[in-house]
Design a protein around this ligand. Structure first.
Ligand code: G1P
Length: 294
């Protein structure tokens, strides 16, 4: 069995330009989905997959993310004084759900560069990367950890997209691995290819599990698409030294940095909440009727 995966890295340093004006002063990772910020869903997903050491790559103007996962003794005391014990516990739990660390990316030099900022913290261990504005429901990360434990190779989450949308993603050419459901071996990786050059319609979807060798490749990677240091390019180089596997899935991913997908996340998460689902479902039904949508 390879070294266990304990650490997760969450890049959350981007400017969030797709979500202006909201993201001017508040990080897009702090967008509320029902009553929790997006980044809390991401951390909960990591914890559920057994990763309890979390490094968030942040940047200037994003201190509010640190505050969210810190203790807040005045608030806890005020809630307790009012007999709101459950709420006080909920606030306290945010700082103890995992060991959460922060490092700042001083300049926006790309996703590969942001992940490279984790090198010192991660050291010589395998680690997961969860993009801080992607909400993922279902057993994708757990499946990736299991795949890593079995094969000892880096694994990336892959989902088929409409061919005309592939130029928004990292794209993988891959072939099935015998006897392993959801597992493919990747032969080619390219960041945001033009539709006509794309080797497939399999897109990289915000979850990665890397051996520490990736840090050597990131350090040697030159700026690529958009003038940024791309993790996809570092992964393509890593494939010259180690196998790269894909874990395929079909549903449960929300790109909350995209307005339309954010709205879908809010609706789906609200429908999963015991305290809201019934009333909210009725609101949706009434809206559909009123708008003549069916
Ligand atoms: C990043 C990655 C891309 C990946 C995508 C998934 O792109 O560079 O390979 O497919 O995340 O969400 P971004 O969406 O940051 O442009």
């Amino acid at each position: 069995m390879p070294a266990p995966v304990r650490k997760a890295v969450i890049p959350a340093a981007g400017l969030g330009t797709r979500f202006l004006p909201f993201s001017k002063a508040v990080p897009k990772e702090m967008l509320p989905v029902v009553d929790r910020p997006v980044i809390q869903y991401v951390i909960e997903e990591a914890v559920e997959a057994g990763l309890d050491d979390i490094l968030i790559i942040t940047s200037r103007h994003k201190k509010v993310m640190e505050d969210h996962f810190d203790r807040h003794p005045e608030l806890e005391a005020a809630l307790e004084a009012k007999g709101k014990t459950a709420e006080a516990e909920m606030v306290k739990d945010l700082s103890s759900m995992a060991k959460i660390h922060f490092v700042r990316q001083g300049e926006a030099l790309g996703l590969g560069h942001a992940i490279g900022m984790a090198r010192e913290h991660v050291g010589d261990e395998p680690f997961a990367v969860l993009l801080g504005d992607d909400i993922m429901r279902g057993p994708v990360l757990q499946g990736m950890v299991d795949t890593y434990n079995e094969h000892g190779s880096s694994v990336v989450a892959l989902m088929e997209v409409e061919p005309e949308n592939i130029s928004n993603y990292g794209c993988a050419a891959a072939a099935p691995v015998d006897g392993a459901a959801n597992t493919v071996k990747i032969s080619e990786l390219v960041e945001k290819p033009d539709v006509e050059d794309a080797p497939s319609n399999l897109a990289v979807m915000g979850r990665y599990l890397f051996t520490p060798t990736i840090f050597e490749e990131i350090a040697a990677t030159k700026p690529g698409v958009g003038g940024e240091i791309q993790i996809t390019d570092a992964m393509a180089s890593l494939m010259g030294r180690e196998d790269m596997l894909g874990f395929t899935f079909t549903e449960g991913r929300y790109d909350s940095g995209k307005k339309i997908d954010y709205l879908r996340a809010v609706v789906d998460m609200a429908l999963q909440r015991e305290d809201l689902a019934e009333e909210f479902r009725q609101i949706l039904i009434d809206t559909v009727k009123r708008e003549g949508l069916v």
